[in-house]
Design a protein around this ligand. Structure first.
Ligand code: HEM
Ligand code: 2DC
Length: 469
C-alpha cells in the first residue's frame, strides 16, 4: 500500500522561512536551478511550501502522464496571483488564461476552432510567411549597410517586433509595420510593457492577490502600469478592426484573421473577445521570440546540425516546388529542432495542475485539490530521461525509443497552450527563411545561462552574426 501524503520528502513544514531563504538565495531569478537542486536532494518527488502556496513537484515523464490522465474536463493550473489581482483591481474581464470551470471550457472550445484547429491553421501560413520574408529583407538591408556581408547584433528587440508583427497579422489580418526602421512608438511601448509585466510578476508570485494591491509597492505599481499599456494598446488594435469591419462589410472569401472570424461568428460576447485578444497579443511576443533566439544560438554553436537542417529545408523546397504548405509537411528535422530547443530552454519552468481526485505518484497518496508541478526544465536536463542532456541534438527526437510525455513545451491536453499552432508555424517559417538565406554564427566559448523572469530567458544578451549565404 502507498505511503501517506505527510511522508513526502521536502521542507514543506516551514512556509515563511522557506520564502525567506528562497528570497535570500536570489530565488526569484533562479527558480529553475533551485528545482534541479531539490530533485537531486529529495529524489523524483518532493513537497514544498512557499508562503501560503503548497505544491508537490515531480520530474518523471511517467508521473506527468499519471497527472495529466486524471486532469478531467476542466483542468486548472496555478493562477498567477498578480495577473488576477490586476484584473480584479481594474475590473477587467478574464480570458481563458485565468478563467475556470464551465466559463473557461465554453470560451476555450469556441477559441480552439479559430486558433488551434486544423481547418484554420492553413489560413495562417500565408500571413505568417510574409512576415518572415519581410524579416529576411530587413536583415539583408542591415547586411548591406555594414558593407561586410554580415550583421552582428543582439536580436532581442528585432525578434520582439517580428513576433508581435506575426501574431497580429493572424489576429487582425493586418500589418503593423514593425519591420520598418521607424515604428509606431505605441507598439514599442506595448513590447516593453509585456517584458516589464513578466519581470515584475516573479517577485510577487507567492503573494496572494488580495494582499498585493494593499502594499502598493514599486513592483506592484510597475506591474499595474504595464498591464494598463497592454490593455490600452490591444483595445486600440481591436477597435481599428471593429470599425473597418462595420464600415466596408465586404464579405470577401479571403481569410481576414481571428478577430474577424470571432466577430462574424458572434458566439463570444465582445468583452470576452477583447480579453482573449489581449491575452493572445501579450502571449505572442516574448514566448516565440525568446525560443527563436535560443534556437539560433544553439544552431550557431552546432554548425553540423545547422547544415543538416539547411539541407533538409532546401530538399523540401525543391520537392514541394515552392508550395509552402507542402513544404511544412516535409521538415521533420526542423520540427525536432524546435522540440529540442524547448527541451533545453522551455518558456515555462513547470506545468501545473490541481488534482481532481486522489492519485498515487511515486507510491505516495496525493489528495484531491493538490497543486502538482511537473518540472519540465529539470526533466529536460536530466540524464535519466535524455542521454547526454547537455548536447543540442534534435535528431534524438527522431531516434528515441519513446517520447512519451517528454515533449511538453506547450503543455498538455485541453488546457495546453492556446497559441501553440500559431507559435509552431511562426517559428518554423522563420527558421526556414533564415536558413535559406543566412549562415548563423556566434562567438565560441560564450556561455549563456538562464534567468527566471516568470518565463525563462537568457541571463545575458545573445550576440549573433548573420552572414549572407
Ligand atoms: C498557455 C507555452 C506561445 C497564448 C501556455 C502554457 C504553456 C505555454 C506551457 C501552459 C499550458 C498548460 O498548462 O498545459 C508556450 C510556448 C510558446 C507559447 C513555449 C512559444 C514558444 C504562445 C502564443 C500565444 C500563447 C504565441 C498567443 C497566441 C497562451 C494562452 C495560454 C497559454 C492564452 C493559456 C491557455 C488556457 O489556459 O486555456 N503556453 N506558449 N502562447 N498560452 Fe502559450
Ligand atoms: C511561472 O510557478 C512559474 O505561456 C509559476 O503566453 C507557475 C506558472 C504558471 C503559469 C505559467 C507561468 C509559470 C509561465 C508563463 C506561462 C504561464 C501560463 C501561460 C504563460 C507559461 C510556469 C505564457 C507565457 C502565456 C502568457 C499570456 C499572458 C501574457 C497574457
Amino acid at each position: 500500500v502507498a505511503r501517506s501524503f505527510s511522508e513526502l520528502p521536502g521542507n514543506w513544514r516551514t512556509g515563511w522561512l522557506n520564502l525567506f531563504h528562497f528570497w535570500q538565495e536570489g530565488g526569484f531569478h533562479n527558480v529553475h536551478n533551485i528545482m534541479i537542486h531539490k530533485f537531486q536532494k529529495f529524489g523524483p518527488i518532493y513537497r514544498e511550501k512557499l508562503g501560503l502556496y503548497q505544491s508537490v513537484n515531480i520530474i518523471n515523464p511517467e508521473d506527468a502522464a499519471t497527472l495529466f490522465k486524471s486532469e478531467g474536463n476542466y483542468p486548472e493550473r496555478f493562477m498567477v496571483p498578480p495577473w488576477m489581482a490586476y484584473r480584479d483591481f481594474r475590473n477587467k474581464p478574464y480570458g481563458v488564461l485565468l478563467k475556470k470551470g464551465e466559463a473557461w471550457r465554453s470560451d476555450r472550445l469556441i477559441l480552439n476552432k479559430e486558433v488551434l484547429s486544423l481547418q484554420v491553421i492553413d489560413c495562417f501560413v500565408p500571413l505568417l510567411n510574409e512576415v518572415s520574408e519581410d524579416f529576411v529583407k530587413r536583415v539583408r538591408v542591415q547586411i548591406e549597410k555594414s558593407g561586410r556581408g554580415r550583421w552582428t547584433a543582439d536580436l532581442t528587440n528585432e525578434l520582439f517586433r517580428f513576433a508581435l508583427e506575426s501574431v497580429c497579422n493572424v489576429l487582425y489580418g493586418a500589418r503593423l509595420g514593425l519591420l520598418q526602421d521607424l515604428i509606431d512608438p505605441e507598439a514599442q511601448n506595448f513590447i516593453d510593457a509585456v517584458t516589464l509585466m513578466f519581470h515584475t510578476t516573479s517577485p510577487m508570485l507567492y503573494i496572494p492577490p488580495s494582499v498585493l494591491c494593499r502594499i502598493n509597492s514599486k513592483t506592484w505599481r510597475d506591474h499595474v502600469q504595464s498591464w494598463d499599456v497592454i490593455f490600452r494598446h490591444a483595445d486600440k488594435c481591436i477597435q481599428n478592426i471593429y470599425r473597418e469591419l462595420r464600415l466596408d462589410r465586404k464579405s470577401t472569401k479571403e481569410y481576414t484573421g481571428i478577430l474577424s472570424s470571432l466577430l462574424v461568428q458572434d458566439k463570444l460576447p465582445i468583452d470576452d473577445i477583447k480579453a482573449n485578444m489581449t491575452e493572445m497579443m501579450a502571449g505572442g511576443v516574448d514566448t516565440t521570440s525568446m525560443t527563436l533566439q535560443w534556437a539560433m544560438f544553439e544552431l550557431a554553436r552546432t554548425p553540423v546540425v545547422q547544415e543538416q537542417l539547411r539541407a533538409e529545408i532546401f530538399a523540401a523546397r525543391q520537392a514541394a516546388q515552392g508550395n509552402i504548405l507542402k513544404m511544412l509537411k516535409a521538415i521533420r528535422l526542423l520540427k525536432a529542432v524546435i522540440k529540442e530547443t524547448l527541451r533545453l530552454h522551455p518558456v515555462a519552468v513547470t506545468l501545473q495542475r490541481y488534482t481532481t481526485q486522489e492519485i498515487i505518484l511515486q507510491d505516495y497518496f496525493i489528495p484531491a485539490k493538490t497543486l502538482v508541478q511537473v518540472g519540465i526544465y529539470a526533466m529536460g536536463r536530466d540524464p535519466k530521461f535524455f542521454t547526454k542532456p547537455e548536447l543540442f541534438d534534435p535528431a534524438r527526437w527522431l531516434k528515441m525509443d519513446s517520447t512519451y510525455f517528454k515533449g511538453l513545451g506547450f503543455g498538455f491536453g485541453p488546457r495546453q497552450c492556446l497559441g501553440r499552432r500559431i507559435a509552431e508555424l511562426e517559428m518554423q517559417l522563420f527558421l526556414i527563411h533564415m536558413l535559406e538565406n543566412f549562415k548563423i554564427e556566434t562567438k565560441r566559448g560564450v556561455d549563456i545561462g538562464t534567468k527566471f523572469d516568470l518565463i525563462l530567458i537568457p541571463d545575458k544578451p545573445i550576440c549573433l552574426t548573420l552572414r549572407a549565404l
